[in-house]
Write a protein of this length. Structure first.
Length: 116
């Protein structure tokens, strides 16, 4: 059984796990590799294989992976975090001031500036 965990990298989320036998796409001269687009990338022990939601796979050395991603405990944690106040952001829908439509996106109270 695999130990796949969720990890966060702003602004995308990936499924990732350290390499173990069976995660490779093949072997070249006895060395395991994964395929990223048209390129075959050599896997070293301890490397992380990250898979984006679109299925694209990437290989990271442990120190680079750990510097770029943080583990996500549950899917609630997949909401973006405000870079200023470090709180979880919420979905917002705001009418544009000129009345031409609506803006939908992620918002945070620390960015809220009420009109006078």
């Amino acid at each position: 059984m695999s130990n796949v965990k969720k990890y966060r990298r702003k602004p995308i989320f990936v499924d990732a796990e350290p390499y173990v036998d069976g995660l490779e796409d093949g072997f070249y001269q006895g060395i395991p590799y994964i395929t990223a687009g048209q390129i075959k990338i050599k896997i070293s022990p301890g490397d992380y294989i990250a898979t984006r939601p679109d299925g694209a796979r990437f290989l990271y050395e442990p120190k680079n992976f750990e510097a770029t991603y943080e583990e996500v405990e549950n899917m609630e944690d997949t909401r973006p975090i405000c870079p200023d106040c470090k709180t979880i952001m919420v979905k917002t829908r705001i009418e544009l001031s000129d009345g031409s439509g609506w803006f939908s996106g992620w918002g945070c109270d620390c960015k809220y500036e009420p009109k006078s």
